[in-house]
Design a protein around this ligand. Sequence first.
Ligand code: PLP
Length: 358
Amino acid sequence: MISISRPQIGEEEKAAVMKVLESGQLVQGPRVQEFEEKFAAWTETKYAVATSSGTTALHVALLAHGIGEGDEVITTAFSFIASANCILYTNARPVFADIEAQYFMIDPMDIEKRITPKTKAIIPVHLFGQMSDMEPIYAIAQKHNLAIVEDACQSHGAKLNGKSVGAWGTACYSFYPTKNMTTIEGGMITTNDPAIAERARLIRNHGSPKRYLHEMLGFNFRMTDLQAAIGLAQLAKVEGWNDKRKANAAFLTSQLKKVDGITPPAVRPGSEPVFHQYTIRAKNRDRALEQLGQKGIGVGVYYPIPIHMQPLYKKLGYEVSLPVTEQAALEVLSLPVHPALSQAELDEIVKVVASLEL
Ligand SMILES: Cc1ncc(COP(=O)(O)O)c(C=O)c1O
């Protein structure tokens, strides 16, 4: 079976973890600080705040922007549930805009239609390692005085018009094992705003600027030094892995673009995606999934049920119709694109996809 993801944990990560264990400084210590500094430098942002997961990074970022009861936050329903649940955690209301059919990202025109006096923020999700259409989204946010929290959980290192993810707002990353780089569990918030960074630091650690002094309600969303040590080792390698993902995606597209019934992923002009996933549309998705599985190709469907159609959101009374999102959820499937694929495995993926009977 050619798996859909293969986390890369090498000798550097193992040695770094042992060093932390022997050091005795285990939580939010020197390795976490070093990881924050190096991650901020890599993403060309001023501040980075490490958290326990991508989900907690999003939660903390929204709280740091003052989002709460009575507010509305616009996001996409074509994402992992955390992109919307983070809004519920703050007692604000997620409002879903539809996506662009070509790129699967939130549609700026549809965002504008859903703005009300209660709207306080937009969460564009850079899904699959692709970039949302940030220039118009930024213009809309400026016009209506809205915060932008970029969900960059799948897009470490992606760029648009030469600018890194996080250049348009506060950005949140996940380091879950399947992501482009991992700390096993872990997250990061980046921002150029010192006040947001300061609030985020307080919120992730019980509102505590120093030991046993608590200025505001916060949480225990801290990162351990074990995670940060793994993250530092991964950070030294992520660009190489991203280059391999890009090369794998370019190869797959060059070979699959003429295959009937398959639409390879489109790339937004000016963007440099990092292909967290290589997501195609397939004419008869269920048949494709069955045949790919039988022939040893690990596939994923991201995401089969859009967030507004999840039982949780139905119970919350969501009845919105998002036709482009709903169609995409019926047609997408993701093929392996991770950096550990060999040329023989890539050739096998192409051979099997080209022979699908749809
Ligand atoms: C788009 C998106 N947002 C948020 C998350 C949440 O990250 P985590 O699993 O680290 O909490 C993920 C990852 O699973 C994700 O893919």
